[in-house]
Design a protein around this ligand. Structure first.
Ligand SMILES: NC(=O)c1ccc[n+]([C@@H]2O[C@H](COP(=O)([O-])OP(=O)(O)OC[C@H]3O[C@@H](n4cnc5c(N)ncnc54)[C@H](O)[C@@H]3O)[C@@H](O)[C@H]2O)c1
Length: 321
């Protein structure tokens, strides 16, 4: 059985969802919704799908089975709530929620297991392998680094970017959230965290942080460090590494390394022979397909909001909100 998906927000991430919906065995790209009529019409024309100009119209359409929430962060929770109460299934872009209150409303309403969250990096081959190894290792320490470049042009590309009211944070809630999520899947729930959020280079451009550093103590006893900035000169490959009793497992440059004494072994390699990422565009396709396959068969795993609760709790602890 196939399910009809409608993408809410025809912005930068729209294409990843549209292509994923088209590629899936159990999904149909049915519609797009944007309050900016021109954007909705352009996307609808390109993909030959139905255009909507308000979320309420989408919710009234009985042919829509799943809504893909791809709007600015401050709208995520209210759209999730409206969609579920209207009987729609939900895929929400990261961050699924923007504060603890919203997170607990989802948990207390029992919606966590039915909402899919777009932490698509979890489906990358190296990350999957890292998770698999982590299950059998005693992890002493874990660290994550993200050094990317976002400039004034990027922040001016949409009015919500870099604002406290609409983006609800900076590098942590937007770019480094994937790194934090990978660390949380591996190390579990945090016990305490000491962090600094700062704006080092973009003071006149954004209200939010361009840099975050955090020292984390997990309940398992693992110690963690996260460093992320969007004020680096380029977008370098992100880095996640853990040290176990056995070895160091390091994910960077699209490769997973096992380092033991002087031996450095590549366990998984996401690069093709041409140096291209084998998984380019793959994450969204894989994550969306998992969810629709689950809807069709009632079997299998998808990236549920419940599985991201530790990530979101740690994120809110770092923001102290
Ligand atoms: N998973 C990833 O790796 C990834 C990558 C990029 C963006 N994102 C996430 O996707 C979301 C959207 O980001 P973007 O870069 O595409 O933003 P964007 O600003 O390019 O697009 C957002 C769109 O939403 C529309 N919109 C605003 N309010 C609306 C409403 N009430 N109803 C319908 N449409 C509305 C805007 O007009 C705009 O076209 C964010 O949550 C962002 O963090 C995720």
């Amino acid at each position: 059985m196939k399910f009809n998906g409608c993408i809410i927000g025809a912005g930068a991430i729209f294409k990843c969802h549209a292509d994923a919906l088209r590629a899936g065995d159990n999904s149909v790209l049915y519609g797009v919704c944007d309050i900016d009529k021109e954007k909705a019409d352009k996307a609808a024309e390109e993909y030959k799908i139905k255009a909507f100009y308000s979320f309420d119209e989408v919710l009234k359409d009985e042919r829509v089975d799943v809504v893909h929430i791809c709007t600015p962060h401050y709208l995520h929770y209210e759209m999730i709530e409206k969609a579920i109460l209207s009987g729609k299934k939900v895929i929400v872009e990261k961050p699924p929620v923007t504060d603890k209150e919203e997170l607990y409303k989802i948990i207390n309403n029992g919606w966590g297991d039915e909402i899919c969250v777009m932490f698509q990096n979890r489906t990358n081959p190296c990350v999957k392998k890292l998770f698999e190894i982590a299950k059998t290792e005693n992890i002493k320490a874990i660290r994550g680094f993200l050094t990317w470049h976002r400039d004034e042009k990027y922040y001016n590309s949409a009015p919500w970017r870099g604002t406290k009211a609409f983006e609800k944070g900076g590098v942590l809630i937007n770019q480094a959230i994937h790194t934090l999520d990978i660390m949380s899947v591996i190390a579990g729930e945090h016990e305490s965290v000491k962090a600094t959020l700062s704006n080092k280079c973009l003071e006149n451009v954004i209200e939010t942080e361009d840099t975050v550093d955090a020292i984390i103590k997990y309940k398992s006893g693992t110690s963690g460090v996260l460093y992320a900035t969007v004020s680096y000169g380029e977008n370098s490959s992100y880095f996640v590494e853990f040290t176990s009793d056995d070895a160091i497992f390091r994910y960077c440059d699209s490769k997973l390394y096992k380092i033991k004494g002087e031996s450095v072994e590549i366990i998984t390699d996401e690069l093709t022979k041409n140096g291209e990422k084998a998984y380019f565009g793959y994450g969204h396709k894989k994550a969306v397909a998992q969810f629709y396959d689950f809807l069709a068969s009632g079997k299998g795993d998808f990236i549920s909001l419940s599985s991201a609760v530790n990530t979101m709790k740690l994120l809110f602890a770092i923001y102290n909100k």
